[in-house]
Design a protein around this ligand. Structure first.
Ligand code: AMP
Length: 287
């Protein structure tokens, strides 16, 4: 496994791989890796000849400086995990490699339709930063397949839109959320949870399961409000619990009018902000 820090080096290596006819799978991450990240890498390894994982804590997607500073970083441990899992290339660039001083190549993409709800209003500028880094990374890596987690529902929806809008030659593969035994979604941020809060944090998943049981049984707004209340007690404070259309991210009021419905939530657990989601109704896939 090679650990590469420079954009030009990665481009050279991947060019050689492409010349050999090797397909490339790419998993972008911000490090502090866990089994959720490894599930994406494993899918990439299964589908492609070569797998690339990037580790880059993207400053442009943090709307709070404190969150950026506190974000866990551990390149040595991450590299060990990736090597063991069978990754070929780790791309761990410093910030100036991704955003050189004179770099201006930002995509012209209107994502306003997707950011009216949920993470959009609560984290101003976040998705613009995600789009910027993903555009840059996809141009550098040019993968055949891109692996992202369902855990960040709004994020993969926006990146899928970007890939389609720019006719990029990359297929997005979305992998299911990997959870702890009690249902808590794995997240790099879980490292920052105090033990007593972590042991209670399964309430987030419990409420998503409850929403799935209840959708169609009671008015959506009542259900959202009830769950917001139940997710705001002790060290927990719900920022939003929204039931939205899985394609458009628009709020659902009548579930019968939508064939793809997802519940998304952000909850503060002490001073750690956790997000999670669950598909309440999936579109039928034609065999
Ligand atoms: P992050 O390092 O948090 O930016 O996440 C990198 C990628 O891993 C994103 O596509 C996430 O959606 C995905 N991911 C994060 N947590 C999980 C999880 N628990 N299960 C599956 N994928 C995940």
């Amino acid at each position: 496994m090679r650990i590469i820090k420079k954009v030009s080096d990665l481009i050279k290596h991947l060019h050689v791989e492409s010349m050999k006819g090797h397909s490339i799978g790419f998993t972008p991450t911000m490090g502090a890796l866990h089994e959720g990240h490894l599930s994406l890498l494993n899918a990439s390894i299964a589908d492609n000849d070569i797998s690339v994982v990037s580790i880059f804590v993207n400053p442009k997607q943090f709307n709070q400086k404190e969150d950026l500073v506190k974000y866990p970083r551990n390149l040595d441990k991450d590299s060990e995990m990736l090597k063991e899992a069978g990754c070929q290339y780790v791309f761990a660039p410093p910030v100036r490699e991704i955003y050189p001083k004179d770099y201006t190549d930002s995509p012209e993409l209107d994502i306003s339709q997707f950011i009216q709800s949920m993470e959009g209003p609560n984290r101003p500028g976040h998705f613009e930063g995600v789009v910027q880094v993903m555009y840059r990374l996809l141009k550098i890596v040019s993968p055949d397949r891109l692996y992202m987690g369902q855990k960040d529902f709004q994020q993969f929806t926006i990146i899928d839109y970007m890939i389609n809008q720019f006719d990029m030659d990359t297929k997005l593969v979305v992998c299911p959320t990997v959870r702890e035994d009690d249902g808590l979604a794995m997240s790099s941020r879980n490292l920052r949870l105090e033990a007593n809060i972590k042991s209670e944090a399964h309430i987030i998943h419990d409420m998503l399961v409850y929403a799935k049981e209840q959708v169609g049984q009671q008015a959506i707004e009542n259900l959202e409000n009830e769950i917001m209340k139940r997710l705001t007690k002790g060290p927990f404070r719900a920022e939003y619990f929204d039931i939205v259309d899985g394609n458009t991210m628009e709020k659902v009021s009548d579930p019968k009018k939508h064939n793809y419905i997802v519940a998304c939530t952000a909850v503060w657990a002490g001073d750690v902000r956790l997000i999670d989601n669950m598909i309440l109704k999936a579109p039928e896939v034609n065999a």
